[in-house]
Design a protein around this ligand. Structure first.
Ligand SMILES: [Zn+2]
Length: 286
């Protein structure tokens, strides 16, 4: 009997890959303002999935695919259902009481005149547009690193200003000397350099795959819109422009769904680094 040359290598490989598709979530328990990373390994093609009712945007990682989403500040403590290629996972959500502080600033910043309020709206719109201008795949090849510096104000803190109005702090404040270098948290493209009313001189970097970082209150910028920057490259100098009580760096991190805590974000293996499941199987194989 004639034996046909085996043409099923790809078929077999494909069916094995589908059967081996694994979905892991980090962290398994999150709080409002956390980023959640969905890691898919063993998928034959780009996975399709949702977190709650929002579609997940997967990008290729060194092994498998990854997608990120933000837990909204107003999320209740119900678990969020994650469905990827028919595989069900969930992330538990725990309440968090964010700290409260009083902040005294110059009156023009606590009570901006009408003309400045228009400018503030335009600034905010431009910052969000620049952070979400990430229609490319990941432009980074290394893990994200939060800039060095002592934390002077945490993410999500409630602030009450002079006149009693409250707002939530959407970034991480790090002590920095006036004029000290500010470095890109990862590789990407500069999508905004702008002199704003509240955030002072701002640089925004879009890193691809829906991830953006923003650097506020700079005394100077060393980059221009459209520049491609590498991880750790100096993009500006720290300062206290805009509504700031002293020189510091405000770092904002934005992923699909909103701003997230840069500290917990930096702990996620968001990068072409091997996902945990692959690391475990490598260890087992030894
Ligand atoms: Zn800040």
């Amino acid at each position: 009997m004639r034996r046909f040359a085996c043409a099923c290598v790809l078929c077999c490989a494909t069916s094995v890959a589908v059967a081996d598709e694994r979905v892991t979530i980090q962290p398994k328990v999150a709080k409002p303002g956390d980023a959640v990373l969905v890691i898919v390994t063993g998928a034959a093609e780009a996975p399709r999935g949702k977190a709650g009712d929002k579609p997940l945007r997967f990008a290729r990682a060194k092994q498998g695919y990854q997608a990120l989403f933000a837990i909204a500040f107003d999320a209740d403590s119900q678990p969020i259902a994650i469905k990827v290629d028919g595989i069900d996972r969930r992330v538990a959500v725990r309440d968090k009481d964010f700290p409260e502080t009083d902040v005294i600033v110059e009156d023009e910043y606590a009570n901006p005149p009408a003309a400045e309020r228009k400018r503030i709206d335009e600034d905010n719109h431009a910052i969000i547009a620049a952070l979400t201008k990430t229609d490319t795949g990941p432009q980074f090849t290394r893990a994200f690193r939060r800039p060095r510096g002592e934390v002077t104000s945490t993410f999500g803190e409630w602030r009450t200003f002079n006149d009693g109005h409250r707002s939530q702090h959407l970034g991480l404040d790090l002590f920095a000397r006036e004029g000290s270098p500010v470095r890109a948290a990862n590789a990407g493209t500069v999508t905004l350099v702008r002199d704003t009313f509240l955030a002072g001189t701002v640089v925004v970097i879009a890193h691809g795959n829906g991830i953006g970082t923003a650097y506020f209150h700079l005394s100077a910028n060393d980059v221009a819109e459209g520049d491609v920057v590498q991880a750790g490259e100096v993009i500006g100098r720290a300062g206290h422009t805009g509504r700031a009580t002293g020189p510091h760096l405000h770092l904002g991190v934005h992923v699909p769904g909103g701003f997230v805590d840069p500290v917990t974000f930096a702990r996620l293996p968001v990068s072409p680094a091997a996902p945990m499941s692959a690391r475990r199987s490598i260890r087992r194989a030894r």
